[in-house]
Design a protein around this ligand. Structure first.
Ligand code: NAD
Length: 386
């Protein structure tokens, strides 16, 4: 019998279950790169479209796990030495966590987790796990690759439009009973004709490029592995050999690389200084890619025209985190990858990974980040341990 420790965000303050706005969601069976959506053998323990990412939703896993005789413990209490997570960790064989409410598996916590064999990310982005320590202790790290890529890409497109067109402040004026047209438009531009560049054109970055193409922007990218020439041609992409060259050339910068030691604080005062005045920055990848106070300085000086994203450090962000109140920000809490549509897919993928793990069959290669003591699968393509 295994203990499965699952850390999820708290239920809605209005109670669980919420009143749903819609009765159904579309069924997505495959992604743009041909990868199939999760295909668990057993039935989902929930109806697609239900809120399963919060504590009472339990990712729909309870029936499946208890039928096999395993114990499922679900908590949102994850931070500090007295948290339920830290107290229960030494007995856990499997830890499940979502990036939106990450259960940080630091090397100190991993040292205490003597029975831990599988750290499963219900979602995408496993930087909340110390991957080097996981590799050293032969813990498998897996995530549900592809499950929320389009959810995030849509959020990025929304943020590009809302920042450049000055949507949020204009909405605020309307809500407050105002009609101050000049105040709304004094910072409002069209995106048509602007130069947009993504750092990282993997599953999400490429989906963003494809979605922005019809808006007639000039599209740029940089990443470790150059895209297929046919894709570059189809989207009229300009490739840059490095981040520095890209940020000098564009009006809107999108961050879409994973967080690992050498991408931490990639965006600092020096990087912002390379950008032209009036650049917008979108970051729905990871908060720590950006140096917290450097972005505040760049906005306050007027060098950056706006910054939007949904990722912070730490998460949840403290009340006094300066990104909550810095000028010209379009921040949301970490929500882009946990729409109800995304939850259905990553909960199904979590079940699929657990079925493989307990059934003794291989976990899909593309779901692996660390396995057998080293980076594997998507981890080997997208992360570095240094
Ligand atoms: P992916 O693995 O498909 O793509 C990442 C790409 O980044 C890869 O193509 C890789 O070659 C490239 N890359 C890695 N390091 C690089 C570097 N230093 N310079 C240039 N390119 C580099 O991943 P994805 O599914 O597109 O997701 C990207 C990231 O987005 C995730 O790692 C995660 O941190 C974040 N994410 C956020 C949310 C959210 O809810 N906000 C949801 C999903 C993913």
């Amino acid at each position: 019998m295994a203990k499965i420790l699952c850390v999820l965000y708290p239920d809605p303050v209005t109670g669980y279950p919420p009143t749903y706005a819609r009765d159904e969601i579309p069924t997505i069976t495959a992604y743009a790169n041909g990868q199939t959506a999760p295909t668990p053998k057993g039935s989902l323990g929930f109806k697609p479209g239900e809120l399963v990412g919060s504590v009472s939703g339990e990712l729909g896993l309870r029936n499946y796990l208890e039928k096999l005789g395993h114990e499922l413990i679900v908590t949102s209490d994850k931070d500090g030495p007295n948290s339920e997570f830290e107290k229960l960790l030494p007995d856990a064989e499997v830890v499940i966590s979502q990036p939106f409410w990450p259960a940080y598996l630091t090397k100190e916590r991993i040292a205490k987790a003597k029975k831990l064999k599988l750290a499963l990310t219900a979602g995408i982005g496993s930087d909340h796990v110390d991957l080097e320590a996981a590799a050293r202790t032969h813990i498998t790290v897996a995530e549900v690759t592809g499950s929320n890529s389009i959810s995030v890409a849509e959020h990025v497109v929304m943020m590009v439009l809302s920042l450049v067109r000055n949507y949020l402040p204009s909405h605020e004026i309307a809500v407050r009973g105002g009609w101050k047209i000049a105040d709304c438009v004094a910072r409002s531009y069209d995106i048509e004709g602007l130069h947009f560049g993504t750092i990282g054109a993997g599953r999400i970055g490429l989906a963003v490029l494809r979605r922005l193409k019809p808006f007639d922007l000039h599209l740029h990218y940089t990443q470790r592995h150059r895209l297929d020439p046919a894709i570059e041609k189809e989207l009229s992409l300009t490739f840059h050999p490095d981040v520095e060259s890209l940020v000098r050339a564009v009006d809107i910068v999108n961050l879409q690389v994973p967080l690992y030691p050498s991408t931490e604080h990639l965006f600092d005062d020096k990087m912002f200084a390379r950008m032209k005045r009036g650049t917008y920055v979108i970051n729905c990848a990871r908060g720590k890619l950006v140096e917290r106070d450097a972005v505040v300085r760049a906005l306050e000086s007027g060098h950056l025209a706006g910054y939007a994203g949904d990722v912070w450090f730490p998460e949840p962000a403290p009340q006094d985190h300066p990104w909550r109140t810095m000028p010209f920000n379009g921040m949301t809490p970490h929500i882009s990858g946990t729409s109800l549509s995304a939850q259905t897919r990553y909960a199904a993928g979590t079940l699929e990974i657990l079925e493989s793990y307990f059934g003794g069959t291989p976990i899909r290669e593309e779901y692996l980040i660390v396995d057998g003591g080293r980076l594997a699968g998507t981890g080997a393509k997208s992360y570095k341990l240094t």
